[in-house]
Design a protein around this ligand. Structure first.
Ligand SMILES: [Zn+2]
Length: 257
């Protein structure tokens, strides 16, 4: 089987690390593993290339990863740290044409409001981004390239969010609670990516202990933690405290499954 390549484009929480104007020691760290753009991954295999989410750092992420094409964007939810870079898909539109975006209908409606010019059908600005919307419905796996993406329904506080499973890889971000029926979709994973914000509890995100409890429940072979706040601590220190086969992801980390 052609290996699945996962490129961590960003592993930070909504403000990124360093936080603007912050004097926190993690924000001042010179370790490149403590620099975290807004959360996103690039998944590629063979000639296929997809990204999950398209946050405000999308342009920079496409440049630093040298991504040459995007066959589609899978959105987890509508929050700005996951969607604000949508205008920057234009260079891909100029090369490839319209780009499919996969999202919950609620997220599509939200994008239509916030990026109305992208969805304009009359008098479109000629250089505007061009997308084809594909609604994601829970329990309805869909095709991306020659693979199947399985939506995993999770809760970010009161907000529904989709994670995605592709082969034996699953990506879940902005999770606070997961129903048992959805955990069943995560059996037999080689790699799980899941969010952990910090050690202190948070209303809408797993803290580190909640993420570790979830990992123990799902039992993937390996887990990478993402959507990390500077408050979690220095990459190097936190990594030492993690159980075997659990790793803090960092920007530009690449893995093959
Ligand atoms: Zn987020």
């Amino acid at each position: 089987m052609i290996p699945l390549k996962i490129y961590f484009l960003g592993t930070g929480t909504s403000q990124g690390i360093p936080v603007i104007g912050s004097n926190h020691s993690v924000c001042k760290s010179t370790d490149i593993k403590d620099k975290r753009l807004r959360v996103s991954v690039w998944i590629s295999w063979g000639d296929h290339s997809f990204v999950i989410d398209c946050g405000p750092d999308f342009r920079q992420q496409m440049l630093s990863s040298n991504c040459q094409k995007v066959d589609g964007i899978l959105f987890t939810h509508e929050h700005a740290d996951h969607t604000a870079g949508l205008d920057d898909i234009r260079p891909f539109n100029f090369k490839q044409g319209e780009i499919p975006i996969y999202a919950h209908q609620r997220v599509i409606e939200n994008l239509k409001k916030r990026f109305d010019y992208i969805f304009e059908t009359k008098n479109r600005y000629p250089g505007a981004p061009s997308v084809k919307t594909i609604e994601v419905v829970n329990n309805h796996p869909f095709s991306i390239g020659d693979k199947k993406a399985i939506p995993v329904n999770v809760m970010h506080g009161d907000l529904q969010v989709f994670g995605y499973r592709i082969d034996d890889f699953a990506y879940l971000t902005d999770v606070k609670t997961v129903e048992e029926s959805e955990i069943q979709k995560l059996k037999g994973l080689k790699v799980l990516v899941v969010n952990a914000l910090r050690e202190e509890p948070h209303n809408t995100h797993f803290n580190l202990q909640e993420a570790l409890d979830f990992i123990a429940l799902v039992q993937p072979q390996k887990t990478y933690i993402t959507h990390i706040s500077h408050i979690l601590g220095f990459h190097e220190d936190v990594q030492k405290k993690l159980p075997e086969n659990v790793f803090l992801a960092y920007d530009n980390l690449q893995i093959t499954i």
